[in-house]
Each structure stands twice: as C-alpha cells, then as structure tokens.
Design a protein around this ligand. Structure first.
Ligand code: FES
Length: 143
C-alpha cells in the first residue's frame, strides 16, 4: 500500500471513531455504580455523584445483580433525588439516559428526569422509588 493511501485510510478511521463518540454522549457521561442491597433498601453513597473536579453529576445509574433493570438516580437538588426504574412502560425495553431524560431504543419513547412521559408510544410514567438521605448515604426504597 502506498504511503498516501495508508495515511488516507488511517485518517478516515480516526474520523469514524471521532464521529461515533460524538453521537454517543449518553454513554460517555453516565457513571455506573453498584448498589448495596440490605432488606428492601438499595444504598449508594452521595459521593458517587462527585466527579474528579468535585462537581456533582446530574445522575448515576445503579446496578446490582439482584435487579432485573438498573435504576437511574437523578440529583435534582442537594436533598432531592429521584430514583427511576430504567424499564420502558411501553413494552419493557431497558432505557438509556441522555442528560436529563431517558430514551427507549426500541420505539423512541422519552421520559423526563421525574419519570413523566415526554414522547410516546409509552403512555404511563416510569416506576419510581422513594430516596431517603441518611448522612452521606442514599437509600432507595425498593418495597
Ligand atoms: S418498548 Fe419502549 S417505546 Fe416501545
């Protein structure tokens, strides 16, 4: 392969990688944490929301092997958190988080960070869970 053709191919490859990263902002901006389950509570640390600059993230996604779907926790203010099951209410597809909203990859439903339907075909809000803050721990009530 000629040097010029090689450089052109590599350049196109780099552009492809750059373009794909631009179309996946939700993936790069989402932190996944493993929650601790004790009884009916799923617990995470408030510090799980802190980034390397000590700023608070808008949300984290909580996983645990015992959960069928992950739970996204939005930090609405210092003491106000919203925990939502990432299960689309249309046909049960796992949702994806993009900034302040959730999207369904199956048929395009969108939900707000409080679980309300923004765009159908889903017509029912997301299941939400109470969040109790105890010192630096957030306890999500799964009952
Ligand atoms: S399963 Fe989510 S919109 Fe259909």
């Amino acid at each position: 392969m000629e040097r010029r053709a090689f450089v052109r191919k590599c350049g196109m490859g780099c552009l492809g990688v750059l373009a794909s990263s631009m179309f996946l902002p939700g993936c790069s901006g989402t932190r996944y944490v493993t929650g601790n389950i004790q009884g009916s509570f799923l617990s995470i640390k408030e510090d799980d929301f802190l980034n390397e600059d000590h700023d608070y993230l808008k949300h984290v996604v909580v996983q645990n092997d015992a959960l069928q779907y992950p739970i996204v926790v939005f930090r609405l203010s210092t003491d106000n958190y919203k925990a939502l099951l990432m299960k689309c209410t249309h046909q049960g597809t796992e949702l994806q988080v993009f900034g302040d909203r959730l999207q369904c990859p199956a048929h395009g439903s969108e939900f707000t960070n409080t679980g309300s339907v923004q765009n159908g075909p889903a017509d029912t809000e997301l299941r939400s869970f109470p969040v109790i803050k105890e010192l630096k721990t957030l306890k999500i009530d799964l009952s």
